[in-house]
Design a protein around this ligand. Structure first.
Ligand SMILES: [Zn+2]
Length: 329
């Protein structure tokens, strides 16, 4: 069964009837998929077979990503695997997918970034941008869609649209299509799944999963070898842990993050261990009767000292996790 065969026989299904009348381009369809059960046992990705093309993709050699050299330049495009690229502008990353029938571009980042992003896409393909996807509602990732490509459909989670509509920003055109659980697009035979895995860094963060390519794009709730941002503003606990667990049930070998270098599934497991270690620390500290300040003063997790942001943000992360567990008592 070919991917495009599935695409053309699938019914067009709109999850949100309150959407603006804005149709996806020809060849771009979405397929309704039931939401995962709360225990996660029948989560469909566990059962789905890995497509042969994903196995082939996993054998491709991914060009090493040179973090130190990259940081010296303001922007760059890195080919992650065939047709899948990471665009970095300063400290922010986006992903774009060249399908043979157009480009699907995620996160314009900012108006200034988006102008460069658009030109950088031109350096690898002459295909037009057909769809823009917002990873979540934060302005530092999604401003500038009109600079990237005006007039194309913009997809986001329904809650992202609600938040954006409540605080209009001229740099952030509202999503024209939204979904709540999952939306699958086939563009030029490339399957692009947009998944809502629950609340984590926001209540509307979505993950892009390219099953044929073995790639995910996950923004701000996981990363590669770095601690969480400052005091984890806007994070949902304990929802984050479940969300990351569901992420790991996807078939993928390479993750593109909103910040920092790409990583492997193993790198995401290290993130999970980091959160687990912080949770254990907080529970022990509370059990031992340490106050928040005493606990944060003493906290040190040597395994993560080499991680980005450790010196500045680790104790801020720890304080937030301590508070979460202290308040839960
Ligand atoms: Zn964010």
């Amino acid at each position: 069964m070919s991917a495009s065969g599935r695409a053309h026989t699938a019914p067009l299904h709109l999850h949100d009837t309150a959407l603006q009348a804005h149709t996806l381009p020809e060849g771009v369809v979405e397929i309704p998929i039931p939401r995962p059960s709360s225990n996660g046992n029948d989560w469909r990705y566990q059962m789905s077979r890995l497509p042969a093309s994903a196995l082939i993709a996993s054998l491709l050699i991914i060009a090493p990503y040179n973090d130190s050299a990259a940081q010296e330049r303001e922007y760059e495009v890195t080919e992650i695997t065939d047709g899948v690229y990471m665009f970095r502008y300063r400290a922010h990353n986006a992903m774009f997918v060249v399908t043979g029938e157009g480009v699907v571009a995620f996160d314009p980042i900012s108006p200034a970034a988006a102008r460069i992003y658009r030109d950088q896409i031109r350096t690898v393909t002459s295909e037009p941008i057909r769809v823009i996807v917002y990873s979540h509602h934060h302005a530092d990732h999604i401003s500038g869609a009109n600079e990237l490509a005006g007039g194309v459909p913009i997809i986001a989670h329904a809650l992202a649209r609600e938040k954006l509509a409540a605080e209009p920003n001229p740099d952030i055109p509202l999503p024209s299509r939204t979904f709540t659980d999952e939306m699958t697009m086939f563009v030029g035979g490339t399957e692009i799944r947009l998944l809502y895995l629950g609340r984590n860094h926001s209540d509307n963060s979505i993950v892009a999963h390219l099953p044929q390519k073995g790639v995910i794009f996950a923004v701000d709730f996981v990363s590669n070898d770095r601690v969480g941002y400052r005091d984890l503003p806007g994070f949902y606990f304990p929802d984050l842990w479940g969300s990351v667990e569901r992420l790991q049930r996807l078939d993928y070998h390479t993750a593109i993050f909103g910040h920092g270098p790409p990583g492997t599934k193993g790198d995401v497991y290290e993130q999970i261990e980091y959160w687990a270690d912080l949770r254990s620390w907080a529970e022990l500290a509370i059990h031992a009767g340490l106050s928040e300040d005493e606990a944060v003063e003493k906290v040190d997790l040597p395994d993560y000292r080499a991680w980005g942001g450790y010196d500045d943000w680790f104790k801020m992360n720890a304080r937030t996790i301590y508070r979460h567990y202290a308040e839960g008592r």
